[in-house]
Write a protein that binds this ligand. Structure first.
Ligand code: GTR
Length: 327
């Protein structure tokens, strides 16, 4: 399926590539935390291929997979500085840099993934995108990252009480630490690359992520219980250093944007497939996946997280209401 979709998309690029002018070529280094076999890696490879083809070689993207260019918070700083040009980023770690991005990192703010995309494509999403662009991190495509759920090596989680007392790794954002702490757990920010080791040595009892990431980096080998709390539905972006993007001609900007859009469409299809494949793979490996009949107590436990957040960021309240009221 990869090949067929890739060929169709590449077939449509020839005409656009002819638009390319003969300006000096530039090389963009792009960050990706994932390795081979993860949908975002295939989508970032397609993005690079399409940019190179559609700009007629005026922009050459090289993607560095596996997080070799650094941790996600460091890489984001590098994008702001222009030392890294682009990448596939999760909006979770963008929240500490761009306040508006925190809208999508509030636990249970979205009803499901389609709701999240409707918000992102509406006025609230425009506000988030504009704030990111102002901070130097311009989103030009949106990836599906499903929903994040808790996993651990002690037993199934069915209520917030089951999280109490557990040390849970979270991404770097105070909202996530607050989320786990509000259930009586101990939210522990840590780089993604350190989670496997920390789970296996008992430095943390659990973590939280979507099924494809839970599988792709082997966390299922060291955490046998995956509980479908689906507490965070955070999108990811293809983001570019704003100044670099704006320095391109209109034609080149359109070519890069269309590459990001097509790579995102491709990613969404792969994501749906991979989520099911990962579910099957981890189950076959002996992981116990449990659904949670009543998520109400988890949502109720988030009341202080929202209250504290809005008290500290009163200007975010309108955006939060707009997202919640989006049909
Ligand atoms: C993954 C996401 C990564 C990274 C990671 C994490 O699902 O794609 O960008 O944020 O989670 O937990 O750090």
């Amino acid at each position: 399926m990869f090949n067929k979709m890739t060929k169709t998309i590449l077939g449509a690029t020839t005409a656009v590539a002819l638009l390319a002018t003969s300006a000096v070529a530039e090389d963009w280094r792009a960050w990706n935390i994932h390795s081979d076999g993860h949908p975002n890696t295939a989508a970032m490879d397609l993005f690079a291929e399409l940019v190179n083809a559609r700009t007629g070689g005026e922009v050459n993207v090289e993607v560095f997979h596996g997080g070799v260019l650094g941790s996600q918070p460091d890489a984001l700083e590098q994008v702001q500085l222009g030392a890294i040009d682009a990448g596939n980023f999760n909006l979770g770690p963008i929240g500490p840099i761009v306040k508006e991005a925190n809208l999508v990192s509030l636990p249970f703010i979205f009803r499901d993934v389609p709701h999240m995309f409707r918000v992102l494509e509406g006025p609230a999403g425009d506000t988030v995108s504009a704030a990111m662009a102002d901070a130097g991190i311009l989103p030009i495509g949106w990836f599906d990252a499903g929903a994040r759920s808790f996993y651990n090596n002690t037993g199934p989680i069915n209520s917030p009480d089951d999280v109490a007392g557990m040390k849970i790794r979270v991404m770097n954002n105070d909202l996530f630490t607050g989320m786990v702490n509000a259930m009586g757990g101990n939210g522990t920010p840590m780089a993604f690359a350190e989670v496997y080791q920390s789970l296996s040595t008992g430095v943390v009892d659990g973590a939280e992520n979507n099924l494809p990431s839970f599988e792709s980096v082997g966390h299922f080998e060291v955490a046998g219980y995956y509980s479908l709390s689906e507490h965070l539905i955070i999108p990811e972006c293809i983001c570019v250093n704003t100044a670099k993007f704006e320095a391109l001609s209109d034609e080149m900007q359109a070519a890069v944007r269309s590459a990001a859009e097509d790579a995102s469409t491709f990613q969404h299809a792969l994501w749906a497939e991979q989520t099911e494949a990962s579910r099957a793979a981890v189950t076959a490996a002996g992981v116990e996946i449990n659904s949670i009949a009543d998520k109400g107590p988890f949502q109720a436990a988030m009341a202080p997280v929202y209250a504290d957040y809005i008290a500290a960021n009163p200007d975010m309240e309108a955006l939060i209401t707009a997202a919640q009221e989006t049909e």
